[in-house]
Ligand binder design. Sequence first.
Ligand SMILES: Nc1nc2c(ncn2[C@@H]2O[C@H](COP(=O)(O)OP(=O)(O)OP(=O)(O)O)[C@@H](O)[C@H]2O)c(=O)[nH]1
Ligand SMILES: [Mg+2]
Length: 279
Amino acid sequence: MGDSILLLGESGVGKTHYGAQLLRRLIKGDCRLRMDGQATNLESFEAALESLSEGKAADHTATSTYVDSVWPVSHENGTSGQLIWPEYGGEQIRSMIDSRRVSSAWRNRVQNTNGWMLMIRLQQTQLGDDILSRPLSDLGKANLENPVHQISDQARLIELLQMLIHIKNMSYPGQSGKPQLAVLLTCWDELGFDGTPSDALRDRLPMFWAYLSSNWRSPCIMGLSALGRPLNPHTSDNDYSSRGPEYFGFVVTPDGAHSPDLTLPIHLLLDGQSQQRVA
Ligand SMILES: Nc1nc2c(ncn2[C@@H]2O[C@H](COP(=O)(O)OP(=O)(O)OP(=O)(O)O)[C@@H](O)[C@H]2O)c(=O)[nH]1
Ligand SMILES: [Mg+2]
C-alpha cells in the first residue's frame, strides 16, 4: 500500500457521500481496510458526517474546493499505508473536459497516481440520439431551436480518460502502460438493475463500455450505493439516524454480489496495482 488513488467524478455523482461513509466505515473498523492512526484534514467531511447522522443528505461541494484528507489505513492482512482521499467540487472535472485544459495541480495528481477510480452515476448520463431515437425521416425537419451542439456523455468520459492517459504518458515517455482503473457506478440503489455492474454499463453506455474493454485488459467495474437509499437534504430519515449511517450502503462486486464493505473498491484497486507491479 502507500499508493494514492486518483478519484474522478463530475458533480452530483456522490463523491462527498462516499467519502463520508467510507470514513465512518474505516473508523468503525469492521471492513477489509480500517483506520490505523490519526486522520488529518477531516474538516471537509464534517458537515457531511453530521448531515448523515441526522438522516439527511449533505450539500453540494463548492466548485473551487480541493482538499486532500490523509487517512492512515491498515489492511486485515497486516499491511498498512496512507490513503489520500480528496474532496472537491465536481465542476473541476467538467471544465477540464470542456476546455480541454488540465491545470498544473491536476496534472501533478494525474502523474503521481497509478490507480484511478472513475465514479459514474448512470441516471445522470444521457445517450445521444441515434437512428432509433431519431429516425432518418426526422432529419429533414431541422429544429431551428436546437440547443448548442454538445458532445455526448459517453464521448465526454472517453475524452477525459484519453486526456489523462496522454498526460500520464507524457511524464513517462518510455512507458505506455495504462494505470489501473476501477469504474464505480454510483447510486446503484436508484438503478433497479439485477445484472452485474459491467452489464449495466454496457446497457446504458455501450460506446464507453466498448472503449474500456478495448483499452484495459480487465477493467474493474463495480456498483456502489454509499447511502443504501435516497436521503433528502431537508427532511430527516428517522430509521437512518436511529440505526446509524454505518449500517447502510453497499458495494456490488464485479460478479454481481452485494457486500456491505465500502472499502472493497479501494482494496481491489490497490491489489490490482500491486499485481501489475509484480507481473
Ligand atoms: N439514492 C442515492 N443517492 C445518493 C447516494 N450517494 C449520493 N446520493 C445523492 O447524490 C447527490 C450528490 O451526491 P454528492 O456526494 O453531493 O455528489 P458529489 O460528487 O460530491 O458532487 P459535487 O460536490 O457537486 O462535486 C446527493 O443528493 C446525494 O443525496 C446513494 O448511494 N444513493
Ligand atoms: Mg461533493
